[in-house]
Design a protein around this ligand. Sequence first.
Ligand code: ADP
Length: 151
Amino acid sequence: YSGKKPVQSVADSMIGMKVRDFQSIPVVVAEHVSVYDAICHMFLEDVGTLFVVDESLHLTGVLSRKDLLRTSIGNTDLDKIPVHVIMTRMPNITYCEKQDTLLQVAKKLMNKQIDSLPVVHDSGNGLEVVGRMTKTNITAAFISLADDHEL
Ligand code: ADP
């Protein structure tokens, strides 16, 4: 006996897949950090998206690779531009919560044509960033479905 679930139960397993079981650690920067430092941070942390937070660590923005690239083209003083000037900001940020399903996340990623979502906890006076969901997390979940069943 393989210990794997029958193929017929794939649908049930899929619906049961939650953000909390597949999320990654978020990488955040403060609003006043320069575009130059954000680029260094993105490379050092090996992520494609940085989340921007205020002094109380609440989510205020998102920085993608192309946001940083766009600003870098023809700009020589990247160390003088704070990230809050170029980031995508609240309330235009698409996010998810720990208890959401991966299917909900996958749909948001596709509909908005973005690579990642911050996983947040609503503290009442702001959104605390507690995780990161990317297309890679969805791909890992896809593989785990196959691994858990007789596929
Ligand atoms: P890239 O721009 O490197 O292709 P994305 O496709 O993730 O990466 O980002 C596209 C645009 O959408 C960027 O301007 C980015 O700031 C914005 N963006 C990325 N993630 C989110 C998100 N979760 N909510 C809202 N906007 C986002």
